[in-house]
Design a protein around this ligand. Structure first.
Ligand code: NAD
Length: 475
C-alpha cells in the first residue's frame, strides 16, 4: 500500500470488502505530530489532577457514544460480546488511571546521599509525544491501553490502530472531540505499515502491540530514530494440568482461556500439557465442553476469524498437524458461513513439538493436548518455545505455585487461565521474543512514559569538598 492511499476493509462476517478509508500520508503524520507537540506543554501544565478531570469526562463520553463504538467494533471484528467488553473495559481503564496516576507523578521528596550536605530528589518529565501502534484483535482496547497512562503522564499521544479494523476510529474521534482540550493532545490516524513507520519517525517514544515479526521492525526503526520502543508481542502460552487439579474446573477455565475472542488473543492458551494419570479424563471433559460451544452464527460465543491472513495460518497449522498424525476430538476445520470464516473450538490429541500448532502462534480456538509424566518434563515442554508471554498451571496451590516459578514467561495464572486479560495490577515483563521494555501492567506502567530527572542539591556551599581540592591548589 502506498502512502495516503485508500484502504479496503473486509467484513469478517461476509468476507466482502464493505468499508473504505484513506491512510494518513507521511506529511499528514508530520502535521499531526507538530500540532500535538505544540499543545503538549499546556496539557502537562494542567497537572495530574487537571488531566484526570478531562480524562474522566472522556470516560463518560465513551459511555455516551457506546452504541456507535460497539456497532463499529462489531462490524470490524464480527463479534458483539467482546466489542461491548472493549468499550466498558476502556471506560474502566481510564477511571482506574485517573485514580492511580496522580500520586505516582508527584516528584519524590529529597533523600540523603553518600555525600554529606547533598540530597537528591526526582522529577518526572513526560516524553512530549508518544506514538502507539496497535493490532486488530482488540482494536479499541489495544489502541488505548498505553495511550491512557501516557496521557495521564502528561504526554501527547498519536495512535495508529490496525488497518484491518479501522471502522471504530470515526466514533472514537467523536468521543474525543466531545471533551474540551482532549483533541489537542490525542489524535487517532488511519494507516498500515508505512503510516506506522512515519509515526515512529515523528514521536519521542513508541508503544507497539502486535506480532513478533513487526515488533522487530518497529524496534529497529525506533533504534534508528534513537527513541525507546515498548514492544508487546505474540505468544504461544502453555497450560499445565497437574494430577491434583480439579478437572471439571480446569477444563472449563482452559476452554475459556483458549477460545474467548475465538482464540484471537495474545494471552490465549495455545498448548495444554496434562499429566498422564488424568490425561484421558481431562481430554474427554474438555472435548465434551468444546463440542457444545457454538459459533455466533448459531447464537454461540465463537465469532469469525477477523483477519483474512489468519484464516490461512490456522488452516496451515491444522493441515500440518493432521499430516503429522494429530487427531481432532471436536471441531477441526475452517468452516465458511455466509462468506465468513469460522473455526469451532478444536481439541487435538496425538500432538508433538514437531507440529506448527505446538510451536507457532495459531491465534485460533485450537487446544492441542499432550500428556506428560513428570513435573520436570512439563516444565521442559512449557519452556520449549521461542515465546514467553504468559502461561497457566492447575493443581494443588503450593505445587502449582512451585511449577509456575519455573516457567519462562511474564505472567502465570495459577488455577485460572489468561488472567492478564482481566487483572491489570501485577507488573510483568515478557520473556524471550514476546516483548521488550517495561511492564504494561501494574502501577509502574506509567513510568514508561516519563523520564526521571535527578535534582542533586548541595546544601553547604563552602568549597571544602575533596573534588575541589585540585581547584583550591590552583591546578
Ligand atoms: P501486526 O504486527 O501485523 O500489526 C500490528 C500493527 O503494526 C498494525 O497497526 C500494523 O499496521 C502495524 N505495522 C505493520 N508493519 C509495520 C511496520 N513495518 N512498521 C510500523 N508498523 C507496522 O500484528 P496484528 O496481526 O495486527 O496483531 C496480532 C499480533 O499481535 C499477534 O501476534 C498477537 O499475539 C499480538 N498481540 C500482542 C499483545 C500483547 O499484549 N503482547 C496483545 C494483542 C495482540
Amino acid at each position: 500500500m502506498a502512502e495516503g492511499t485508500t484502504l479496503h476493509v473486509r467484513c469478517p462476517r461476509s468476507g466482502q470488502v464493505n468499508y473504505q478509508c484513506v491512510a494518513a500520508s507521511a506529511d499528514d503524520v508530520r502535521a499531526a505530530s507538530a500540532r500535538l507537540r505544540a499543545q503538549q506543554p499546556t496539557w502537562q501544565q494542567r497537572g495530574a489532577e487537571g488531566r484526570a478531570q478531562i480524562m474522566q469526562q472522556w470516560a463518560e463520553s465513551i459511555l455516551a457514544h457506546k452504541s456507535a463504538l460497539i456497532d463499529a467494533l462489531t462490524a470490524d471484528t464480527g463479534r458483539t460480546r467482546e466489542s461491548e467488553l472493549e468499550v466498558y473495559g476502556l471506560a474502566e481503564l481510564i477511571k482506574r488511571w485517573c485514580r492511580q496516576a496522580p500520586p505516582l507523578l508527584t516528584d519524590s521528596a529529597p533523600i540523603a546521599t553518600s555525600a554529606p550536605n547533598i540530597t537528591v530528589s526526582s522529577q518526572y518529565v513526560p516524553y512530549p509525544l508518544v506514538g502507539v501502534i496497535s493490532p486488530w484483535n482488540f482494536p479499541l482496547l489495544l489502541a488505548l491501553i498505553d495511550a491512557v497512562p501516557a496521557l495521564m503522564a502528561g504526554c501527547a499521544v498519536l495512535v495508529k490502530p490496525s488497518e484491518i479494523t479501522p471502522r471504530f476510529i470515526e466514533p472514537l474521534r467523536a468521543t474525543i472531540q466531545a471533551v474540551a482540550g482532549l483533541a489537542d493532545v490525542l489524535e487517532v490516524i488511519v494507516g498500515a505499515a508505512e503510516t506506522g513507520q512515519a509515526l515512529i519517525a515523528n514521536v519521542d517514544s513508541v508503544a507497539f502491540t502486535g506480532s513478533v515479526e513487526t515488533g522487530r521492525k518497529v524496534g529497529a526503526a525506533a533504534a534508528a530514530h534513537f527513541i525507546p520502543a515498548f514492544l508487546e508481542l505474540g505468544g504461544k502460552d502453555p497450560a499445565i494440568v497437574l494430577p491434583t487439579a480439579d478437572l471439571d474446573y480446569a477444563s472449563s477455565a482452559l476452554l475459556w482461556g483458549s477460545t474467548s475472542n475465538a482464540g484471537q488473543a495474545c494471552q490465549s492458551i495455545e498448548r495444554i500439557y496434562a499429566h498422564e494419570s488424568i490425561y484421558e479424563e481431562f481430554v474427554s471433559r474438555l472435548a465434551a465442553k468444546a463440542a457444545r460451544t457454538t459459533l455466533t452464527v448459531e447464537g454461540g460465543p465463537i465469532g469469525p476469524i477477523i483477519a483474512a491472513d489468519q484464516v490461512e495460518i490456522i488452516r496451515a497449522h491444522l493441515d500440518d498437524a493432521y499430516a503429522k498424525g494429530a487427531v481432532a476430538q471436536c471441531g477441526g476445520q475452517i468452516e465458511i458461513h455466509d462468506g465468513g470464516a469460522y473455526c469451532r473450538p478444536t481439541v487435538l490429541v496425538n500432538v508433538n513439538h514437531d507440529m506448527l500448532v505446538m510451536r507457532e502462534e495459531t491465534f485460533g480456538p485450537i487446544m492441542p493436548v499432550m500428556p506428560f509424566a513428570t513435573s520436570e518434563e512439563a516444565v521442559q515442554l512449557a519452556n520449549d518455545t521461542t515465546y514467553g508471554l504468559s502461561a497457566a498451571v492447575f493443581g494443588a496451590e503450593a505445587e502449582a505455585d512451585a511449577l509456575a516459578r519455573r516457567i519462562d514467561a511474564g505472567a502465570i495464572s495459577i488455577n485460572d487461565a489468561a488472567l492478564t486479560a482481566i487483572i491489570y495490577d501485577g507488573e510483568k515483563t515478557s520473556f524471550k521474543a514476546s516483548g521488550l521494555g517495561g511492564s504494561r501492567m501494574g502501577a509502574s506502567a506509567i513510568k514508561r512514559f516519563l523520564r526521571t530527572k535527578a535534582l542533586i542539591h548541595k546544601h553547604d556551599q563552602r568549597d571544602d569538598t575533596w573534588w575541589y581540592a585540585e581547584a583550591k591548589r590552583g591546578i
